[in-house]
Ligand binder design. Structure first.
Ligand code: MN
Length: 316
């Protein structure tokens, strides 16, 4: 997906720690809009721009898209990061400037590597399911890899694990010795955790990773901290495991990785390091170079919002 915000940092009054829980901190999503869809934006936070390489976490739905167009995100560009698309309900059609055309359904991964530059569109297909529920996650490419060749992969067969009453799918990186087939560029984990009513289990963590965990539906406690949709629990490095207790059933996401140790400059759909990175990408998108063309989308591509170079320099 895309963000329509020029400034993907969190306004000072929008994100705040709502509770302190052990070494964890719970923050609240802010609401943002992507086309007609309202999303809960859980990352970035003003004081925490990334967790491992995870630098953007949007959760949307569940929502009815019965009889309406649903998701319609016109062609738009990206640089410097990978997009992880994961659905819980519904279907979305991806097209990109490499010529990829891929329908995605729940339990499958779309991983798009922007590298030096890619453009894509995402839309509910004409005959889409009546409901839509999913997450859109960005992984920052480490500086050494951010000029990587653009790539797109679809993965329908992903490793699954069981911890007590929890069923876990590892869609990115590694967890407990199993590794997703999707290529990522820094040590990390991305996993979906399904918990039936009354389910409880303990998920091992890599102590060198920092993590966040959030609930997409239902409610659950993570090491005793209650979570509902719209809340994000941060767990710092040095932890061996986290215990999930889902009395009424829940679906959760666990994202983590080695702290990136790099300062990201994020503007619109671009992840860079310097204002020049962003200015050049915006210029190239405006003049139709670098990113290629997305074929097959019915409608105009997105235009970048006005670029305030003074403000951008201040952010950097
Ligand atoms: Mn996008």
């Amino acid at each position: 997906m895309s963000t329509v915000d020029t400034d993907v940092e969190v306004p000072a009054d929008a994100a705040h720690a709502t509770a302190q829980a052990g070494d964890g901190e719970v923050t609240s999503a802010r609401l943002a809009r992507v086309g007609d869809i309202e999303v809960r934006r859980l990352l970035p936070l003003r004081r925490r721009r990334s967790v491992g390489a995870w630098c953007f976490v949007d959760h949307y739905g569940p929502m009815s898209v019965d009889g309406v167009a649903g998701m319609q995100v016109p062609p738009h560009p990206h640089i410097g990061r990978q997009t992880v698309t994961w659905l819980i309900e519904g279907s979305v059609l991806h097209r990109d400037s490499l010529g990829s055309e891929q329908m995605i359904r729940p339990g499958q991964l779309n991983l798009m590597t922007a590298g030096a530059g890619i453009a894509h569109s995402e839309e509910s297909p004409a005959d889409h399911d009546p409901s839509l529920h999913g997450v859109q996650l960005w992984l920052a490419l480490p500086d050494a890899h951010r000029q990587a060749a653009p790539d797109f992969g679809h993965y329908a067969d992903l490793p699954a694990l069981r911890f007590g009453g929890l069923g876990v799918t590892v869609f990115a990186g590694s967890l407990a010795g199993v590794t997703s087939p999707a290529r990522v560029y820094s040590p990390l984990v991305g996993a979906e955790i399904g918990a039936g009513a009354g389910a409880r289990g303990t998920v091992p963590l890599a102590p060198r990773f920092e993590h966040v965990i959030f609930v997409a539906c239902g409610t659950a406690a993570a090491d005793g901290t209650g979570l509902a949709p719209g809340s994000l629990l941060y767990v710092g490095t040095g932890r061996q495991a986290i215990t999930i207790d889902a009395r009424a059933g829940a679906r959760l996401f666990l994202l983590g990785g080695e702290p990136l140790g790099e300062t990201l400059l994020m503007w619109w759909n671009f992840v860079g390091r310097t204002p020049d990175d962003i200015v050049a990408a915006a210029r190239d998108w405006a003049r139709g170079s670098r990113f290629g063309e997305v074929k097959g989308y019915r409608g105009a591509r997105l235009a970048a919002p006005p670029l305030d170079t003074v403000r951008l320099a201040r952010k950097a």
